[in-house]
Design a protein around this ligand. Structure first.
Ligand code: PMP
Length: 356
């Protein structure tokens, strides 16, 4: 054992950092992290920065509450929804006692944050043979008195499918007095399904995660939003660091969530949805792609026995897709973030060359 291994918590010896396909920042067409393809460069006005930024700037909270159709007291801001999920686990899970339930394959940070808190991760896999549908019967059976958080990602990353509202409500009712149900709606703006945010009034254990990183195209500013009943939000505020955001983040969020920005947002979503439909149709013509999964998000999951070679060929030719590690159930899959026409065409022309 090296000295370093003795310095860190022994239960974290096998912890793995978040995996990304993006190993370098050399200029590429990025189709790996489900960001928007446009850069809404934001010019920062000269301003005083000797004072701490406001915790919950009133106008920003007002704009967000309006967009999410909730009350301001039902919102907390976090440094991306990554931090939101982490804060929820820290607030609700007693270390080395409680359990966090997840439905893999899903967003990997839930398990990483749970492990950091010493919470046990209970996996109820999605049904791969049924388009990765939720196995609701197993979910209900695997709930124990130690279950304190159930993460439901809808649309799910990386499979793209949604979880039925009725199933989420059934889970909320089942664990009403013991656990929170965290509905991660990072991609909901691309989806035809309604957000659960407006239901937090009815379910004290329902918590919704939203983010400005995806449809708003603001992954670079790191702003996530937790939506829950006001009494729960008050507890959460004690877990979130006092000044999580640089002033620049708050200013950018304020400028880019106005009513005019929401009009733009809707235009961008429509372009992405059109492009997704076209890309999906064209991808279906390649014999080396076994399956393209229906997606309610801004990405497509594809299955191919040649996933590894396709990923490599694309990287060498300037396009970064999202691959999955060798041990993952998704090792024969790739996730493609929908880009603008030019980027999607470039990808298709590479696929054409692979097919030759
Ligand atoms: N939830 C899901 C489902 C995601 O895919 C991501 C980003 N990949 C996040 C949360 C985190 O988003 P952010 O921290 O940028 O808000």
């Amino acid at each position: 054992m090296t000295v370093i291994n003795q310095l860190i918590r022994q239960d974290l010896l096998d912890i793995q950092a978040y995996h990304s396909s993006r190993e370098s920042q050399t200029e590429k067409v990025w189709m790996d992290m489900n960001e928007l393809p446009w850069d809404f460069s934001f010019r920062i006005a000269p301003q005083a920065i000797n004072r701490y930024p406001e915790r919950n700037p009133e106008q920003l909270m007002l704009q967000l509450a309006e967009f999410y159709q909730v009350k301001q007291q039902q919102l907390a801001l976090t440094r991306g929804s990554d931090d939101g999920a982490d804060a929820l686990i820290r607030l609700c899970c007693t270390p080395f006692k409680d359990e966090v339930m997840i439905f893999p394959p899903t967003f990997s940070m839930y398990a990483i944050s749970a492990k950091l808190q010493g919470a046990q991760v209970i996996e109820v896999p999605l049904l791969a043979e049924q388009q990765f549908a939720l196995d609701i019967d197993s979910v209900m059976q695997r709930i124990t008195p130690e279950t304190k958080i159930i993460f439901v990602c809808t649309p799910n990353n990386p499979t793209g499918n949604s979880v039925a509202k009725e199933d989420i409500i059934a889970i909320c009712n089942k664990v009403a007095n013991q656990a929170i149900v965290v509905v991660d709606e990072a991609y909901i703006e691309f989806s035809p399904h309604a957000s659960m945010a407006t239901l937090v009034d009815d379910y004290p254990n329902l918590v919704v995660l939203r983010t400005l990183s995806k449809a708003f195209g603001l992954a670079g500013i790191r702003c996530g939003i937790v939506i829950a009943q006001p009494a729960f939000i008050q507890y959460l505020q004690a877990v979130i660091p006092p000044f999580p955001f640089a002033k620049f983040t708050l200013d950018a969020a304020l400028c880019l969530t106005t009513q005019e920005s929401i009009i733009e947002l809707k235009k961008h979503i429509n372009i992405i949805l059109e492009q997704k439909a076209q890309l999906q149709q064209k991808l279906a013509t390649f014999p080396f792609i076994e399956k393209i999964y229906a997606s309610d998000a801004n990405f497509l999951l594809i299955k191919s026995q040649s996933a590894k070679q396709i990923f490599q060929y694309c990287i060498e030719n300037g396009i970064c897709l999202r691959n999955f590690n060798e041990k993952s159930v998704l090792k024969d899959f790739l996730r493609i973030t929908v880009g603008i026409q030019e980027q999607n065409d470039k990808l298709l022309s590479l696929f054409n060359r692979i097919g030759d």
